[in-house]
Ligand binder design. Sequence first.
Ligand code: FAD
Length: 464
Amino acid sequence: MEASVVTALRTALGDAGLRVGDDIDARFCEDVLGQRGAVPLAVLRPATTADVSKALAICNDAGVAVVTQGGRTGLVRGCLPQSGEVVLTTERMNQVESVDADAGTAIVQSGVVLQALQERVEPMGLAFPLDLGGRGSCTIGGNVSTNAGGNRVIRYGMARDLILGLEAVLADGTVIDGLKPFVKNNTGFDLKQLFIGSEGVLGVVTRLVVRLIPKPTDTAVAFCGLRDFAQVRALLRHLRQRMGGELTAFEVLWKAYYTRFLAMKPGAGAMPDAHAFYVLTEASGSDGEALRARFERALADALEQGVIDDAVVAKSETEARALWHMRDLAIEVSRTLGPHVGFDVSLRIADMDAFAVDLAALARRLHPGAQTVVFGHAGDGNLHLAVARDVQVENSYAQVERAVYDLVARYGGSVSAEHGIGMTRRAYLGHTRTAQEIALMRALKRTMDPKNILNPERVLGVPG
Ligand SMILES: Cc1cc2nc3c(=O)[nH]c(=O)nc-3n(C[C@H](O)[C@H](O)[C@H](O)COP(=O)(O)OP(=O)(O)OC[C@H]3O[C@@H](n4cnc5c(N)ncnc54)[C@H](O)[C@@H]3O)c2cc1C
């Protein structure tokens, strides 16, 4: 990068706002999975929206590509620098600016860590209902840019549903101030939605108005054993009917997941691995023991009606946490396969069982003996898959990837339910989106970032 650009950036951001050369910390080159990117030309550390605006204007004029980083927990290499890029980290934009308890809203900077927001509003009797395993590191800006889903989508929706207003900076430094706190705002295009889920290719998200809910005072968690997928579907229908809006999670683990978990953490399971499927389910509400009583009655009826074969209900918060721990360790459980390819797909619930059977057969066809692990937010039509690959086979990663995405396409599914496209799934965008949709996305990208400096090549690949 030319010295004049570095000087301009230092003048704009101050010494604390710029890192170059040996001052660049290795963490900016690596994501949570340990995947590495290139060493960036510089790390921009803006503290305010005005800083972001000035820095982007300088980079845009100089034609320098910028990759935005939040907590680097994204799973599709979107935040990893490519050669010749600078990193813009939101780590100094980490303030919860205000909380409006009456309205149930907060204004937050995009670098606020998800768990920090959850903990900040909890003493006020409020909750930010987005929740996922990466909560201790991921940022609200990253959550919004990837339209994160997580564990409680079945009740509260994805990140998209939890944002009322948003401020973002375009590639040329223009600030788009859409920080309106209104639930209803039918005044032309809903521009914030362009930035939500577009993985940083259209602008840098700087501040947000998030929606808060009254914190449920009571939560009930159970782990169920089931013999076939017909029971899983019946249980979902049963709990939806009996718990209504109180049902907050419905996570399914195929047997292989649970068996591997037990092998990894002997004694930490809730029941023996005698069942074909396991469901981790949660209900929450605010009418004390009545919620737990309704939940337990619904499960007792499910047992009696043959909808489930076994159930363990957590009797304390510690027990509830232990049940959730089995699900939170998904990355570690998948790693027990050895070298593998991970997927996060959407499918119709009615297709999930047949899909998983076809997936296992496909894995064995590609590499004899190859195992699979299947689990996920089945209540939202979202499965996570891990498929073992044989490192002795040339291009085994690409081979497994193509075969699985072709299978997903045959089932009419989506190649990404919640993790996004990033760098790793660009070739498969067309499996889920039409040519006309992709052409419109490209046209928006050209309009909002004509020099293609923001997260270039992520999501849409090279400009076409
Ligand atoms: C243990 C674990 C569990 C997870 N569980 C889930 C889950 O259940 N559901 C789910 O959806 N995801 C899950 N994830 C993935 C990940 O946590 C989410 O994608 C998260 O939302 C990313 O936030 P981040 O701050 O780490 O973003 P990063 O990884 O830093 O960035 C992700 C993408 O967003 C862009 N970006 C980041 N901040 C901004 C910004 N301010 N403006 C513009 N673009 C930006 C980056 O350029 C990149 O393309 C999980 C990850 C881990 C490690």
